[in-house]
Ligand binder design. Structure first.
Ligand SMILES: Nc1nc2c(ncn2[C@@H]2O[C@H](COP(=O)(O)OP(=O)(O)O)[C@@H](O)[C@H]2O)c(=O)[nH]1
Ligand SMILES: [Mg+2]
Length: 682
């Protein structure tokens, strides 16, 4: 049924998403130019674009964080959020998506990027975000649009509905026919398209394509279905209403054509957003935000300015927000807003207040973090949005090149982590190293560049230590003595220890069976401490586990014995005994679960086997057409760079999760090499 859905008014927030290099940042540039924010479009290639303007983004010519910027079109304000396409920087997109009204998925007719497109569409589908597909780069289209669409369709769970057909001039697309408007346009570079007469062959093609668009719409509109069956032309308004409603209800994904680089199809896209994308009321309803007078906001990004405080990029979901108001957060914190800024890429400007629908940067909310729901009421608001976590997949161990910078490094990492929660920072107390966990090679590289460029900290990095351990295979009984005669007070401790292996996974146990006070009770705690000292570093160089040590006997001296003497005696006993217990190296084994497009499954199996992986099984990935899921057991030492190979075998689409499973013995040459390398490093 063609119900009436009038265009919502008021500020919108639209995400630009899509695979790496599909033209999102170029499209943002084109939108800014066509809507008059900038006099002419800059270019990503020349390093003059509004988006991707950070030193790191320019350096790698790719988005490494989101850019939010606001423009106005036909009297309404639109904030576009240009999200990085690389999976390694997907966190920004994941945090921003829930609060947008709609997404424009920029893509190319490129089969290699299909899995990436599928991943992005899947996220949008799950979040119920209405989405348009902008089929970009049609200035160099090499196949019929209909074929491109058939190729792209498997990436979407709902029908891709072609809204426009191209007008060809030889091998080039020179314009388009809008199937809803039934009007033909010829592209003009950097200008609005020109309306032309729809005639001849194009008219026939239009009739056919329009019918196929209407057929798809009619699947969710019985009245339209009847009209089509009876050959009645549906009124144009009813078609527009259907397009808007089915988009908003997530039943279809309309497809628009264009060339971001030539600014073609950009105004048509803006008009589609204006008439068809939902406004803040629908978005607030989707998120369960009640309409109130007090402001309700959602923080989707945190940035620390180089010379100035912190900015919390916030979508106002409901209510009215004034500067200097105290806001409560869903995580129980509060803060007083100090400055409301319009987001305009690099040049933010102050505003007096913000209204429902606005996307603004709020100043100096020091205790507020990305993902928080903010409320202007007296009590903490409930969290409206949970951002799906992005577990890290690659680690490096880092240390400040200059030890003097240790504190600075720690502070810089805290700030970076606030801006980028997809980083995980772990301190290793044993090695005093900081282990940086991230989303891939480029993510970690960019993090180190940020440390240098923004915080002036240089670091050296190396692969993180593997959690090797050792255990023993043979039980022994060992005496440990510590005796020292020096000047006045001497030191005396003497223990007899039974050291024996325990089954794998049982850890460390200490017992005592001393009779007749051979070791007085008050020293037994010290003996246990000494044993632990001894087990800290076994004969192979690693901590020793799965052993039981029993104190069976010993002797003491009424004057010279002390806690310290017994602790030392026990450590000596363990250190002297362990080499005779047939020590053996243990390495951590994890279960890994890999998901990949199924044309890469054979390659993945080969990679796993080459990395000492033991394949446990594989299956089709549930709910993902064309994907597989492979499970394997794998040594931690081999997982280190797995993600790098995995991504290169799957055009960036594959990913994995891991979980520690058990420790396994390593023997022979492999063990000798690990032990030797560890000794050299120490
Ligand atoms: N031929 C052509 N190239 C484009 C078009 N849009 C973007 N590009 C180029 O594609 C590359 C990637 O563009 P970019 O906007 O950085 O993609 P993003 O990674 O999605 O932000 C750049 O070299 C652009 O110049 C287009 O419409 N036509
Ligand atoms: Mg980009």
């Amino acid at each position: 049924m063609g119900q009436d859905v009038r265009s919502p008014r008021g500020p919108r927030c639209i995400a630009l998403v899509g695979p790496f290099q599909s033209g999102k940042t170029t499209l943002l540039e084109a939108i800014m130019a066509r809507t008059g924010v900038i006099p002419r479009a800059g270019s990503v290639d020349a390093g003059t674009s509004v988006g991707d303007a950070s030193a790191e983004a320019r350096n790698h010519k790719m988005g490494v964080g989101l850019t939010a910027t606001t423009t106005s079109f036909m009297g309404d304000s639109y904030t576009f959020i240009d999200c990085p396409g690389s999976v390694e920087f997907a966190h920004d997109m994941r945090a921003a998506l829930p609060a947008v009204d709609a997404a424009v998925v920029v893509c190319e007719a490129d089969e290699k990027k299909l899995p990436q497109l599928q991943i992005i569409l899947r996220e949008l589908e799950e979040l119920k975000i209405p989405r348009f597909l902008f089929l970009n780069k049609i200035d160099r289209a090499s196949q019929r649009i209909r074929e491109s669409l058939m190729m792209l369709q498997p990436a979407s769970r709902v029908p891709l509905v072609l809204r426009q057909i191209p007008i060809w001039n030889g091998d080039l697309i020179e314009g388009f026919v809008d199937l809803a408007l039934e009007r033909a346009f010829v592209y003009r570079e950097h200008k609005a398209s020109e309306v032309v007469e729809l005639e001849g062959g194009n008219l026939d093609r239009e009739k056919e394509a329009r019918f196929s668009m209407l057929e798809k719409l009619a699947d969710h509109d019985d009245a339209l279905m009847e009209q089509l069956l009876e050959d009645i032309q549906p009124p144009r308004d009813a078609v527009f209403d259907d397009l808007a409603r089915e988009l908003r209800e997530g039943l279809i994904c309309p497809v628009l054509l264009g060339s971001a680089a030539r600014e073609n199809g950009v105004l048509r896209l803006m008009k589609a957003l204006r008439h068809e994308a939902p406004g803040i009321e629908a978005t607030a309803k989707r998120l369960g935000a009640a309409s109130t007078k007090d402001a309700v906001g959602y923080v989707f990004k945190t940035v620390h300015l180089q010379h100035g405080g912190k900015l919390s990029l916030t979508r106002i979901l409901a209510g009215h927000l004034d500067d200097a108001v105290v806001l409560q957060s869903s995580s129980g914190e509060s803060g007083k807003v100090s400055g409301i800024l319009a987001v305009n890429g690099a040049t933010d400007s102050k505003r007096a207040a913000a209204e429902a629908g606005d996307t603004v940067a709020l100043g100096k909310l020091d205790a507020i973090k990305t993902g928080d729901t903010l409320g202007g009421g007296k009590t903490a608001p409930a969290a409206l949005i949970e951002i799906a976590p992005t577990p890290p997949v690659l680690a490096i161990s880092i240390a400040a090149t200059d030890r003097k910078d240790d504190v600075k490094l720690g502070q810089a990492l805290l700030r970076l982590n606030e801006e980028d929660p997809s980083l995980t920072i772990v301190q290793n107390p044993r090695t005093h190293d900081t282990v940086l966990w991230g989303q891939g090679e480029m993510h970690l590289r960019v993090t180190l560049e940020r440390l240098r460029n923004r915080f002036g900290v240089n670091v050296k990095s190396h692969p993180p230590a593997i959690g090797y351990l050792e255990t023993i295979r043979k039980p022994i009984t060992q005496r440990g003595r510590h005796k020292k005669q020096s000047g006045g007070h001497g030191q005396f401790g003497d223990v007899v220890l039974e050291i024996k292996p325990l089954p794998r996974g049982e850890g460390f146990k200490f017992q005592e069976t001393v009779v007749g006070g051979a070791v007085p009770r008050n020293y037994i705690g010290a003996v246990e401490e000494g044993v632990v000292d001894g087990l800290n570093r076994g004969p192979l160089g690693f901590p020793v586990i799965d052993v039981q040590v029993t104190l069976t006997d010993g002797s003491y001296h009424s004057v010279d014995s002390s806690d310290l003497a017994f602790r030392t005696a026990a450590r000596v006993g363990v250190c002297e005994g362990l080499p005779n217990c047939q020590p053996v190296l243990l390495e951590p084994i994890h279960t890994v679960e890999i998901v990949c497009p199924n044309d890469a499954t054979a390659k993945i199996n080969a990679i796993l086997s080459a990395r000492r992986g033991q394949i446990l099984g594989f299956d089709t990935r549930e709910g993902w057409s064309g994907w597989d899921c492979v499970r394997a057991m794998m040594p931690e030492a081999e997982i280190g760079e797995l993600i790098v190979e995995l991504r290169s075998a799957t055009a960036g689409a594959g990913s994995f999760t891991r979980q520690f499973d058990h420790m396994a013995e390593v023997t022979g040459r492999a063990a000798d090499q690990i032990i030797a390398a560890h000794r050299d490093a120490a």
